[in-house]
Structures are given as structure tokens and as C-alpha cells.
Design a protein around this ligand. Structure first.
Ligand code: CUA
Length: 313
């Protein structure tokens, strides 16, 4: 049952309503193809059949035909009703949130997704979900409009600043599925990607524990994991490559020139402040675009990230 959308050519149907969405899309697509081919062929046939040969001939002057009128009204009406009621039923499946849903808070920020779990744990860009459990997402944005899109679940919803939107689904398959931002939101929109990892109930419980405190990992190992899992890697390289933010390679102990002309020696306190109040001291040549990690990083996680940064010499 393990599916990976990155290596799978066809998109897995990984949520309760995915196959219904696909069937309706197929019905509309194939219905359109069949009607298009049929109408084109009949038109071409009439073009040929009633072509002019010799002197003009005329068909009898028909002004009205009840049977024809009823036929070409009834067939499209029935088709439209099928599509409407089928679509409406599918829409309700997506919009009516089951009472036993697990509720996660998803916040779009330039340029990552912050996910808060019911027990207070949070993750960035990685949404871990127990299989066969209905989920309700409470979506919002802390800056511009983003759009939370999980193709394998056949679901997408805008994340809008200053209001909540909701999304509901039930993952039915374990595996890792892509999450995209489907609304252009600035420079690193294309990097605003995540993973929905659907696991068993017991793996989910284990993950919750490790995400919070690193489990048995050393601070450096935990920091290295947080570097990608908290999306630091989207803007800060760890190998000296230039990016939206300064590289972390060799940053600890270095002297940095700030946008206001002052100089700062990069130590533990400066690193900590840069995570929690990123725009207090901005390095010269960089834009003040980093979102605050206040409330996203726990104390132990800040310590681990600092420990990891110190190893990047
Ligand atoms: Cu967020 Cu595009």
C-alpha cells in the first residue's frame, strides 16, 4: 500500500473522495469527447449528403417539429442534472466536516507551511497524519494569499490572511504525498512545497513525541533535521550557496555588517534573536523577509538549531 507520488506516474487516490472526483472528471471529459466526435461526424455527413448536385433542390419547408424540440432539450437537461447532482454530492463530501475529525491548524507564510497539531506540537512543511482518520484543516495566512493543494487527496483551498478557511478529507492510504502552494505568492512560491505523510496510528504517536523534543537524537542531529523540517533550508543554504537569506556555512563567530551600518558578531544570542525577531537586525544586502519563528520553535529546538549551525564551518 506504500505509494509515493514523486515516483508514481499516475496520481494515487489517497483520500476517501478521490475516486469519486476522478469518476466525475472522467464522466464530463468522456461525455464531452463523445458528443464532440458525434456532432462533428454528423455535421460532416450532412455537409456531404446535402451538397449541391446540378440544379438546386429544396427540402420541404419544416417550421416546427415537437419531437425534435423535446429530444434536444431533454438530453442536455438530463446530462446537466446528472453532472449537477453528482457534483453537488461530491462537494458536500468535501465540505461537510465529520464530527470526529482531528483538527490541525495550517498557516501559510512566505514561504512555508506551519502546521499545528492538537497536542501543541508543530511542524513545518511536513503534515503527518494517521491513516483512515477524518481530518479538518483550519487554514489561514500570516501575509499574502496562499493555496493549500494536495493533488493525491484531490483537494485544494485558499489560505487567506485575517480569516479562516477549512478543508476536510480522510486519508485512506499510507505513503508520502506532495503538498503545493497553488497561488502565486512571491519570490519563493515555487519552493513552498511540503509533504503529507500518512502513517499508522502508532507511528503517528511516535512522530508526535519525536517532533517535539527530538527523541533520542543529539542536539546536532536534531538541529540538522529541523534545518529541513522547519524549512530553514528554503532560504538559508548550509554549503555557502547564496539564497534569499545568508548561508549558514561559517556564520557562527563571523562578523556581519547590518543594513543599518552596525556590525554584529554572530553568537548564540544573535542566532536566537534572528529566529524569533528576524527583522530586528538584518544583514546588509538582504531583504527583511524572514517570518518570525516565535511560537513555531520550542526552546529545545532553538538550542538544537544553534548546535547544528556551530558545526557548519
Ligand atoms: Cu504560497 Cu505560493
Amino acid at each position: 500500500m506504500n505509494q509515493n507520488s514523486a515516483t508514481n506516474m499516475t496520481l494515487p487516490q489517497a483520500s476517501r473522495f478521490a475516486s469519486d472526483v476522478d469518476s466525475l472528471v472522467a464522466f464530463i471529459t468522456w461525455g464531452s469527447v463523445i458528443l464532440f466526435v458525434l456532432i462533428t461526424m454528423i455535421s460532416l455527413y450532412f455537409l456531404w449528403k446535402y451538397r449541391r448536385i446540378g440544379a438546386p433542390t429544396f427540402t420541404s419547408p419544416i417550421s416546427h417539429n415537437n419531437q425534435l424540440e423535446i429530444t434536444w432539450t431533454l438530453i442536455p437537461t438530463v446530462l446537466v442534472f446528472i453532472i449537477f447532482f453528482w457534483g453537488f454530492k461530491s462537494y458536500l463530501d468535501m465540505r461537510v466536516i465529520p464530527a470526529n475529525s482531528m483538527e490541525l491548524k495550517v498557516t501559510g507564510k512566505k514561504w512555508f507551511w506551519a502546521i499545528d497539531y492538537p497536542n501543541g506540537t508543530n511542524s513545518v512543511n511536513e503534515m503527518v497524519l494517521p491513516v483512515n482518520k477524518p481530518v479538518k484543516l483550519l487554514l489561514s495566512s500570516s501575509d499574502v494569499i496562499h493555496s493549500f493543494y494536495i493533488p493525491a487527496f484531490r483537494t485544494k483551498m485558499d489560505a487567506v490572511p485575517n480569516r479562516y478557511t477549512t478543508m476536510s478529507f480522510e486519508p485512506t492510504m499510507t505513503g508520502t504525498f506532495d503538498i503545493f502552494c497553488a497561488e502565486y505568492c512571491g519570490k519563493s512560491h515555487s519552493g513552498m512545497i511540503g509533504k503529507a505523510r500518512v502513517v499508522t496510528e502508532s507511528e503517528y504517536a511516535k512522530w508526535l513525541e519525536e517532533a517535539e523534543s527530538g527523541g533520542k537524537m543529539s542536539p546536532v542531529e536534531f538541529g540538522a533535521k529541523l534545518y529541513t523540517s522547519k524549512a530553514c533550508a528554503t532560504c538559508h543554504s548550509n554549503d555557502g550557496t547564496a539564497n534569499t537569506g545568508p548561508t549558514w556555512k561559517g556564520i557562527y563567530g563571523a562578523k556581519h555588517k547590518m543594513a543599518d551600518g552596525s556590525e554584529v558578531v554572530v553568537d548564540e544570542n544573535y542566532l536566537r534573536q534572528s529566529m524569533l525577531e528576524p527583522n530586528a537586525k538584518v544583514v546588509a544586502g538582504y531583504q527583511p523577509v524572514m517570518p518570525t519563528y516565535q511560537g513555531v520553535l520550542k526552546e529545545k529546538q532553538i538550542d538544537a538549531l544553534i548546535a547544528y549551525i556551530k558545526t557548519l564551518k
